[in-house]
Design a protein around this ligand. Structure first.
Ligand code: NAP
Ligand code: G4F
Length: 337
């Protein structure tokens, strides 16, 4: 039986990956931060909370990282933990640099000393492309991060490549474009929209307040993307791979698809800060722009080319954008019923 360790097992991707690996017969271990209310809602929602072995774990604590790697004796190490909210990274730039950047070398250097044969996965991100230098973006596209989060992830990405090239470690980076699910954190725009729509559909009256409606993202389903992570670690040679759908959608269009799924018919009016959306069926305003959600520097367009993952890993995204929006909207609508 193979043994895997997942940092960030309580997060969206950690929960889906834990389920996938358990289904494949792995013994699954994961790192959990000490928190005041020890609950595992995502692992519970997927029905696997009782099947994983949990360890107190914080990426900021070098000796804690060392002891976990020494004691668990994992075959595969998936580094999914991060301060993952781009918006917060301007308020927490130093913490973000430590957890999303420096912590990667804490893990790699410990693995190099203690368990160099362990296969390592780093959660890199399309946010590294930032002000995009090529459309669509692929593994060789020049990086131009636009947030402290993106800058920290660039360090994590390059140090993973560097340990692979310097020490022959089986260390791979997945450059994953945005991926969502009903387990998505509530601060991210897709889930903020589907939760807000669920409240409105059940009689709430507050329009959803959003920032830049023109940003475009290449959104896939998290369940598909964790399969790609696992496939990367099954290859004879470690490498870097983009996972994406090659379809880009504006925040406005995602909002429209999710609203349709809960029975609304939207009329969009105005531009910029004056933009609104109204449900034609009820005449109620459901969206207004609040500039407080604008970012100091924006990533306007992401669209990925996952040809390498398709050819070398046999990986394909299965869920399309309208289906994803409907899945999330219906899940939140049903949960609030
Ligand atoms: P998420 O839901 O925000 O989960 C983040 C996880 O990291 C949580 O389990 C969190 O623990 C843990 N964590 C945060 N700080 C930590 C620390 N100091 N020590 C130990 N654990 C810590 O993120 P996600 O969407 O699953 O994303 C997984 C990874 O992929 C992240 O690295 C993210 O940056 C990257 N990524 C995500 C996407 C995407 O679209 N989802 C795309 C590209 C890359 P708590 O539960 O205690 O907060
Ligand atoms: O949902 P978001 O916060 O995701 P973002 O910034 O693209 O980051 C996510 O994807 C990255 C991969 O590219 C991951 F690395 C990262 O960890 C995270 O999972 O914002 C998406 C877009 C942005 O352009 C933002 O400005 O939506 C725009 N937006 C407009 N109004 C908003 C809002 N974003 C949020 N969170 N909240 C709003 O009210």
């Amino acid at each position: 039986m193979k043994k895997a360790f997942i940092t960030g097992i309580t997060g969206q991707d950690g929960a889906y990956l834990a389920k996938l690996l358990l289904d494949k017969g792995y013994e699954v271990h994961g790192g959990v931060r000490r928190i005041s209310q020890p609950e595992l809602p995502r692992l519970e929602q997927l029905g696997v909370a009782g099947d994983v072995h949990l360890h107190e774990f914080d990426l900021t604590e070098m000796n804690n990282v060392f002891r976990v790697i020494r004691d668990v004796e994992m075959d595969e190490f998936y580094n999914l933990a991060a301060q993952s909210f781009v918006g917060a990274s301007w308020d927490l730039p130093i913490y973000t640099a430590d957890v999303d950047g420096m912590a990667v070398v804490r893990i790699l250097d410990t693995l190099r000393s203690v368990r160099p044969e362990t296969r390592f996965y780093q959660a890199s991100t399309s946010e590294m492309f930032g002000l995009v230098q090529e459309v669509p973006q692929k593994e060789t596209t020049r990086l131009y991060p636009r947030s402290p989060y993106g800058v920290a992830k660039v360090y994590g990405h390059y140090i993973t490549m560097n340990y692979r090239e310097s020490f022959g470690m089986h260390a791979s980076s997945g450059i994953l474009f945005n991926h969502e699910s009903p387990l998505r954190g509530k601060e991210f725009v897709t889930r903020k929209i589907t939760l807000g729509l669920a409240k409105l559909a059940h009689g709430g009256s507050d329009p959803i307040e959003l920032g830049n409606m023109d940003a475009q993202r290449d959104w896939g389903f998290a369940g598909d993307y964790v399969e790609g992570m696992w496939r990367m670690l099954q290859q004879p040679q470690a490498d870097d791979y983009v996972l994406a759908t090659n379809v880009t959608t504006s925040i406005r269009d995602f909002f429209t698809y999710a609203a349709e799924a809960v029975g609304m018919d939207l009329a969009w009016e105005g531009e910029g800060e004056a933009e609104t959306a109204t449900d034609r069926k009820t005449g109620r305003q459901v969206m207004k722009v609040n500039p407080k959600f604008y970012r100091p520097a924006e990533v306007e367009l992401l669209i990925g080319d996952a040809s390498k993952a398709r050819e070398k890993l046999g990986w394909e995204p299965r869920v399309q954008i309208r289906e994803l929006a409907a899945m999330m909207a219906k899940s939140d609508y049903d949960a609030l019923r």
